[in-house]
Design a binder for this molecule. Sequence first.
Ligand SMILES: Nc1ncnc2c1ncn2[C@@H]1O[C@H](COP(=O)(O)OP(=O)(O)OP(=O)(O)O)[C@@H](O)[C@H]1O
Ligand SMILES: [Mg+2]
Length: 322
Amino acid sequence: MNGMIMHTIGTHDINHVHELVYELRVSQIMNPDVVSVSPDTTMKRLMEILRDNKISGAPVVTDGKIVGVISIEDLIKSLASQRAEESVERHMTRDVVTVRTDEHVVQAVKLFARYGYGRLPVVDKDGKLSGIVTGSDITKGLLVALDSQFKSEEIRRYRASHVFEDIASDLTSLVLHFQVAPRDFDQGGRASSTLKRTLQRLGVDPALLRRINVSAYEAEMNLIIHTTNGGELRVEISPKELVLVAEDKGPGIADIGEAFRPGYSTAPDWVRELGFGAGMGLCNIKRYCDRISMVSEPGKGTTLRAVFEMNEREDSRESQKA
Ligand SMILES: Nc1ncnc2c1ncn2[C@@H]1O[C@H](COP(=O)(O)OP(=O)(O)OP(=O)(O)O)[C@@H](O)[C@H]1O
Ligand SMILES: [Mg+2]
């Protein structure tokens, strides 16, 4: 884990994680619930404390200040030499390497690399123990920071380029067409992933985009798997709603009610071997869109139409569904 971060630091170009290690403060990633012991604790008692808290060492503290550290290695040595009744003070390391709450995480990373310790006590500017930091605290802290940056980036993108807000007309719409060839599994997902990138650039709300993307993928795969000659995936976007249409010229569906039933599939074995044909595609689309309709005539073809409302706030939708 330390090795991983050091490797990142060692490379020439600054990547995002590297930058974060220099930006985040130790206080943001440390564990503030630190278990400490006093110098007069016996080694025997220390054993219980380490075991009960599932930790492998602890800072030794007097009046909030660190006077040493004691580790499981020190404990094992004391047990081996039958000195378990003695105090922690007689077995602890007095030269303690610490980091301060206001230092950057990179400082902790460097100290880990230099001393090979599993944990570093964290002190405030007055030298009082405020927390402890391990390699996995750093990893977790970086992941949390990356995730929250990612989310705020999504929101920023959404607000920055909400395309229709800048277009004035009585009726604004945009139609995207994608041709989907039958049985072409190599190209499977091409239309829906191109669509996703396009909608992203248009500034469609990220949560709405996820629902649209999954639905478009299912509709595209149905054109690939179930139609005679493939079909067209079409997306009609207006300020109010986004309509996803999948249209084909055969073979058609005899019983649409059946087709929407979870688990119903006519996919042949070789398609199932590719991982499709669970019979969940249509009912998933139904679940993710706001309105759905399907018209089909055996021998003629099928048209699926799924409507996604654009103005509904995604967070309220998600809380409704929960
Ligand atoms: N465009 C279509 N033309 C003809 N039949 C279709 C079409 N789309 C769906 N079907 C029929 O409806 C059934 C159910 O479709 P659905 O997408 O729910 O499941 P699936 O495609 O079989 O499996 P999955 O989508 O889980 O991989 C299909 O097995 C097929 O018989
Ligand atoms: Mg399907």
